[in-house]
Design a protein around this ligand. Sequence first.
Ligand code: SF4
Length: 302
Amino acid sequence: MDEEPTENIGSDSGTEMGSEPATADGRAGRVVDRLGELYWRKHYGGRDAFECLVRTVLSQNTADTASQRAHDALMDRYGSETPRASGRDGGPASEASGTSSDRGSDGEHGNPRDDEGDLAAALADARRDDLAETISPAGLQNQKAETLVRLAGRVREEYDDAEAFDEFVAGGDPGAVREALLEMTGVGPKTADCVLLFAGGQAGVFPVDTHVHRIARRIGLAPADADHETVREHLETAVRDENCGFGHTAMIQFGREYCTAREPACLEGPEACPMADLCDKVGVLPETGAVVDPAEALAGDD
Ligand code: SF4
C-alpha cells in the first residue's frame, strides 16, 4: 500500500497569521509568500497526534470528502464520545498488533488501565472487520484497518495512551519525534511530517506530497530529478520556518487549482498562472502543450 496520503489534511484548520508577509529572501520564499497572498497564512498545531495519524492513514489514495466521511464514522464509533464500541475483545487485534496478553493492565503493576475513551486503546482492541466496515467510505478499508490497529497497538505499547503520545509529539525534539514516527510500520515521511506540523505545531516542517513534489520541481525550487525527501530538504532550507506550514497546505491548493498534474494553467498562457514569472516550467511546454514529469524533461536534455 502507498504509505503516503495524497490529500491535504490541513487547509481547513490552523490559525490565521495576519496579512503581513515575511520578507522573503530567495525564490522559494517569494513563491511561498505569493501562495500566502493567494490563499492563507496560518499557524498549525494543536491537533491530537494519534487522531492526526488516523486521518493520514484514512486519506491515503482517496478524496478528502471520502476520507472525511470515514474519519467521522470512525470517531462516532471509537472516539471518546462513545464509551466503548462493541467487539473490542482483544483477540484478533492482540494478535495483529503483537502486543502482550496483559493488555488492559499497566503491565508493571497489573492494575486496570484507565484508558476509557482513549482512541488508541479503542482502535488497538477493535475487531478489524468492524473497523474496516466503519471506514469503508475511505476505500482500501481492510488494509487501512490493519494499519490503524497496528499503529494503535504500537502507540499503546510504547506510550501507554494517545494522550502521552500527543505530549511526546508536541514536546519532543522534532528530529527524535520524526525518527520515532518513521519507525512505525505504515508511517512514511509525509505522514510523519504532517503529524509534526498539524499536531506538534513544529515550525520548519514542510511535508511533501505529490502536489508539492511536482510543483517544486516544475518551478525550479528543487532539482528536476529530486525525490520527495530531497525536495523537502530544499524547501525546509530555503523557506522561513514559520512559513513552511502554510507553504505546504497552500501549495497543495495551488496544485489543485493552477499547477495540476496534466493541465498546468500556463498552457493557456503565462497570464493564466499567478506564479508564471517565478517559474522555470520544467517539463511543461506551452508551445506544444506537452507536459511531462520534470525528471523526464531532464532525461530528455541529456
Ligand atoms: S507557470 Fe505553469 S508550471 Fe509554473 S507554476 Fe504556473 S502552472 Fe505550474
